[in-house]
Structures are given as structure tokens and as C-alpha cells.
Design a protein around this ligand. Structure first.
Ligand code: FEO
Length: 400
């Protein structure tokens, strides 16, 4: 059975859910699945806004055929060439060979590279160009690096509808299509944050640039390429994007990340976390970085104002999973946080200085207290040092 939803007059959601996928982009666990969104406008001209991943192509093409009802497809607007949105291109061109492909200049090269498409029937558009479909039109905005260089967004001024490409998307499949048909803040926010920081988080300045472009436009409905469509309370989500893309902490509190081989560094992390809570800050999360997926750790690190990295020394270096987390944070431009360090070593503790060297390369990072060193296991003196460090972190959180 086809599954499409009219999201505004003559504008239809024609995408679908993948609930079988385990790793999005072969990297990110998506236990709640993911949606690949596409939209069809039936105006005097017909226009499709992006295609979908192969995983949902059957329902997508079924939706398309049924809604077109024998009409031709006049335009395919391509906002983003990543294959989770462009995989349907070749089959679409076979079914609708007369379609005019509307996209930015960079898409032309990517269509050639991905599909051997020669660029016939292409309408190259740029920032500010307008294309009329009849009663409605689309104005195009360049959105480079949100999340690839060719990305653009489209805005329908007649209704205030924005096609936002990857921006404002989220992991998590959809039951209804609209954000207000679910409890987004309870059920999707963690996935939305994890999606943002892992997919687009590296490109905060580019996201800020797009937010500024959109600021002067009335936006009544936002149609992203993943996750629900927004027709209510979008301002609240926009505020999150503004905070995230400015690299500001979303919450005052601490995320304590530890790696532990035999439990001693874990013990230290637990004592430290307990001290932060005891000193008046209940918003503390503790993660074993060898257990929790790094995409979640990354998201939680961006979420909190204060972070702790606690690692054993391993092969004269930082423990593997902690090093992986630090590398991932670096790759995503992590910055502007308070941090504390704990190291463990049985004969030559090195992890503290090595972590320090990594974190010092990041922008606007400030260390709280001294690095606490454990020699194999926590003793009375190290327990006291951890208690003091916990109090210092708590005081700093309360005063920030
Ligand atoms: Fe959902 Fe960057 O593709």
C-alpha cells in the first residue's frame, strides 16, 4: 500500500522509513531507524524535491506513480547529492526521462561522477534564483557544507515552506510525518542532537550562515530530508540549532567519560561524579567509552558545559577507546568547554599529559583543577584529590 501524506495543499510527503538499517552511513547506530524524505508538488508543473535511499525506493516510486496519476514529472530539484537522497536518480531518469533537473553547479559534476549523467535537461540555479511552478515558486539558497559543498535549500514564499536538506533532520523513523504528531522533545531530541553533531556538527559557521539567511523569511513549515516535518513550534528547534552551531553548551552539567581495563579508573570516575553531585550539581552523566558508541559520546560531550576525560595509560599512550573519542571530538571541531583530567598508570602514567596535549589544541578549552593521577588503584589520598576536583567542577558549574 502506498504511503504518502499531504503536508500542505498539493504538496506531499513521498519518502519512507528504513527500520532495518543498523549503521547509518556505515558509522552511526540507528536503533530507531531513519527516514528518507522526499516531497512532491502537484502544481501547474509537477516538481519532486530530492529522491530517496535505495532502502525505501519501492514505496517512493509507488507513491510517485500513484500521485502523478499519469501526469509527467516536470522538475526534479536536487538539494543534496549524498546517496541517501540521490540513489533514486538513475531509476527516476529512466521512468521520467523528460524531467528537468534543477540544481546548483556543483551537482552537475556529482551527477556525472555518481551516475554518468551528461547534464542534458539541467537547469542550473544559484543563490536567489526563483523558479515558478504555477501557483507556487521556489527561491533557492546556497547552503554549502550543510552537509556537503553542493547543498542548497528551497523556499516557497507563497506558503512559507522551507526544504532544508540535511539541516533540521534527525535519526529515528516516523510514525506520523509531523513533529507535532509525536512527542519530539521526549522521543527525538537525543537522536536529533546526535544526528546534528555527528553529521553537520563540524560545520557550525556554515550552519550559522544559513540561519542568518533564513532569518528574514516567514517560515511556516520546514521539510528536512530526515525526520519529521515542522509546522508548529519550529522556533524551539531553531534555538537548539543556534546553540549547537555556536558550539555553546546546551546544559550546565558534567559528562564524565572514562576508559577502564580492570575497574580502577572506573572507580575514580565514579568517585569524581559522586563528588560533583554531592557538591550541588545533579546533572552528571558517566560513560564508559569502551561501551557506549562514540557517536553518542560525541553528542553528550557537546551537550554539557563540563567534561572529564579519565584514562589508563596503555602501550605508553591513551587507552584505545578514549583516544578514539578524543580524535572524533577533534574531527568535529569540539571547543568552548571546561574540562578535567584523570589518568591511571601502574609504572609510568602518561595518559594525562597525552590527553592534555590533544585537548590544548582545541579552541577555548579551560582546565579545571589539576590532573589527578592514580597509581594502579584508588588510595585514600587519590580519593581525596578526586573529591576536591569534583568540588571544583561543581563550583565552576554553579558559577557559570
Ligand atoms: Fe542525509 Fe548528508 O545526507
Amino acid at each position: 500500500m502506498d504511503r504518502f501524506v499531504e503536508i500542505a495543499k498539493d504538496l506531499y510527503y513521498v519518502g519512507g522509513n528504513d527500520r532495518r538499517i543498523s549503521l547509518f552511513e556505515s558509522a552511526f547506530p540507528v536503533p530507531r531507524g531513519v527516514s528518507y524524505n522526499s516531497y512532491l508538488l502537484l502544481d501547474e508543473k509537477t516538481a519532486l524535491f530530492d529522491t530517496v535511499d535505495n532502502a525505501v525506493s519501492e514505496e517512493f516510486f509507488g507513491n510517485l506513480e500513484r500521485l502523478l496519476g499519469g501526469r509527467t514529472l516536470d522538475y526534479l530539484v536536487i538539494h543534496h547529492m549524498e546517496p541517501d537522497h540521490s540513489a533514486g536518480f538513475a531509476r527516476l531518469m529512466e521512468k521520467y526521462p523528460q524531467v528537468t533537473v534543477v540544481a546548483g553547479q556543483k551537482v552537475k559534476t556529482m551527477l556525472s561522477n555518481f551516475f554518468g549523467f551528461d547534464g542534458e535537461n539541467m537547469l542550473i540555479v544559484k543563490e536567489g534564483d526563483v523558479l515558478s511552478f504555477g501557483k507556487r515558486s521556489a527561491t533557492f539558497f546556497a547552503a554549502p557544507m550543510v552537509h556537503w559543498p553542493e547543498v542548497m535549500m528551497s523556499y516557497i514564499p507563497e506558503d512559507g515552506i522551507l526544504f532544508s536538506a540535511d539541516a533540521f533532520g534527525t535519526f529515528g523513523a516516523l510514525a506520523g510525518v509531523f513533529a507535532d504528531e509525536a512527542d519530539f522533545w521526549r522521543d527525538y531530541l537525543d537522536d536529533a542532537r546526535r544526528y546534528y553533531f555527528n553529521i553537520v556538527g563540524k560545520y557550525g559557521p556554515q550552519v550559522q550562515s544559513v540561519l542568518k539567511k533564513l532569518a528574514g523569511h516567514e517560515i511556516n513549515c520546514v521539510c528536512p530530508l530526515h525526520g519529521p516535518v515542522w509546522r508548529k513550534d519550529f522556533g524551539r528547534y531553531l534555538e537548539k540549532y543556534d546553540t549547537w552551531s555556536k558550539y555553546l553548551p546546551e546544559e550546565k552539567g558534567a559528562a564524565v567519560f572514562y576508559a577502564s581495563v580492570y575497574g580502577h579508573t572506573k572507580h575514580a570516575a565514579e568517585l569524581l561524579a559522586a563528588s560533583i553531585v554531592k557538591n550541588g550539581v545533579p546533572n552528571v552523566k558517566v560513560y564508559d567509552v569502551s561501551v557506549t558508541h562514540v557517536s553518542e559520546l560525541l553528542s553528550e560531550a557537546f551537550r554539557y558545559s563540563h567534561v572529564v576525560f579519565a584514562s589508563p595509560t596503555y602501550n605508553n599512550g591513551i587507552f584505545i577507546s578514549m583516544e578514539n573519542l578524543l580524535n572524533d571530538l577533534k574531527a568535529h571541531g569540539y571547543r568552548n568547554r571546561k574540562y578535567a583530567l584523570v589518568q591511571n598508570g601502574s609504572w609510568s602514567p602518561q595518559a594525562g599529559n597525552l590527553m592534555q596535549a590533544v585537548v590544548r589544541e582545541w579552541k577555548d578549552m579551560t582546565q579545571i583543577g589539576e590532573t589527578v593521577t592514580i597509581l594502579s588503584s584508588v588510595k585514600e589520598e587519590t580519593a581525596q584529590n578526586l573529591a576536591v576536583l569534583g568540588r571544583q567542577i561543581a563550583e565552576d558549574i554553579k558559577n557559570s
